[in-house]
Design a binder for this molecule. Structure first.
Ligand SMILES: *Cc1c(COP(=O)(O)O)cnc(C)c1O
Length: 351
């Protein structure tokens, strides 16, 4: 049994449940709308002979398309198998100091998992009583910074000016801004990659582009940063993204009108649901993402969670830290799905 002493033992990230039966799934922030029909067409037209060859290491036409779409150079673009892959590679590449990396105390629960996996020291930075990130708390010495904007699971967005202040105060660290939800109402700091060579902006097709199942994530940064990222990637597995995914992703990227329409619909639904939840005595930070992080004024979160589940409505609850265990994270579904949720809540709360 002595070999076990040398195992890299980790406590893994626990993803939201993927139920087998059909439910109203508001627990993992997926997009309720399908990808563009152009994705379907592109896959139907796909030439299977292309599968004989290894794929392009920079995701071929998807990497080039992203550079064009976001008005950056291909050498400033990195594509990974979901942004989890991009972020894990970035942690391994850039967080190599004895000083702790910094991220908010309430945030994406994968950050501490990667930090532990790679033995990166970290410090979870307190937030104010309204779950706001205070930029000044990120001005001290550190080994790197990672902040989601908007933050998850609070949904709160920071002004790009505040993010820039954090970057400007940290010329000796790489600052990663995780923009998984940026399309739902925050402002991207992507243009700043030309001004700060230590800024990495990470985005994904999983939420706003309806393609969580395809696993497409991307990062933008200075040429230098992207080169370092590729050096690490090419030391593990050069061919991370397969050609079918490249084809599907490029087709989705090309249907910008459809993308913008679905995002707009989700934002409209979110704003309507905010009013309905407020009327039912929920309180929540003002979300700029595709979910609402809500607490009921008198009914415990777990009671609502379990009762909703009985009705086939799945929500997300986090036990840790204690400060958020009264909250439920509610993903924004279609209008019909949200109506079902509101109807259930009215019944359950006796309205
Ligand atoms: C969903 C999410 C990701 C990861 O998404 P991928 O599906 O791996 O692209 C990264 N960061 C945050 C904050 C997220 O919520």
């Amino acid at each position: 049994m002595s070999w076990e002493a040398n195992v890299r033992q980790v406590i893994p990230y626990v993803p939201g449940e993927q139920p087998k039966k059909k439910v109203i799934k508001l627990n993992t922030n997926e997009n309720p709308y399908p990808p563009s029909q152009k994705v379907k067409k592109a896959l139907e037209d796909f030439d299977i002979d292309k599968l004989r060859l290894y794929p392009d290491v920079n995701a071929g036409e998807l990497g080039e398309g992203l550079a064009r779409y976001y008005n950056v150079l291909p050498e400033q673009t990195f594509v990974g198998v979901g942004s989890d892959d991009v972020l894990a590679t970035a942690f391994l590449t850039f967080f190599n100091s004895d000083k702790p990396i910094l991220f908010p105390e309430i945030t994406y629960s994968f950050y501490d998992v990667w930090a532990n996996l790679y033995n990166i020291p970290f410090k979870q930075v307190e937030m104010d009583e309204n779950f706001r990130i205070r930029k000044e708390d990120y001005y001290g010495e550190n080994g790197g910074i990672v902040i989601p904007n908007p933050n998850a699971p609070t949904g709160l967005a920071k002004d790009p000016g505040d993010i820039e202040d954090i970057i400007r105060h940290n010329p000796d660290s790489v600052v990663i801004i995780d923009e998984a939800y940026v399309d739902f109402g925050a402002t991207s700091v992507l243009p700043l990659i030309n001004k700060y060579d230590n800024l990495l902006v990470v985005q994904t097709f999983s939420k706003s582009r309806s393609m969580a199942g395809a696993r497409i994530g991307m990062a933008f940064g200075s040429k230098k940063l992207i080169k370092y990222l590729n050096d690490v990637k090419f030391s593990i597995n050069s061919y991370t993204m397969n050609i079918l995914t490249v084809t599907a992703g490029k087709a989705m990227l090309d249907d910008d009108g459809y993308f913008k329409d679905t995002v707009e619909k989700i934002v409209a639904t979110r704003e309507r649901v905010k009013k309905e939840l407020k009327a039912l005595d929920f309180e929540f930070p003002d979300s700029k993402s595709n979910f609402i992080f809500a607490r009921h004024k008198s009914v415990p979160a777990v009671d609502i969670l379990n009762a909703a589940r009985e009705e086939g409505i799945y929500l997300r609850h986090f036990k840790k830290p204690e400060r958020i265990n009264d909250y439920l994270r509610i993903s924004i579904g279609t209008d019909e799905e949200m109506d079902s949720l509101v109807d259930f809540l009215k019944g359950f709360l006796g309205r």
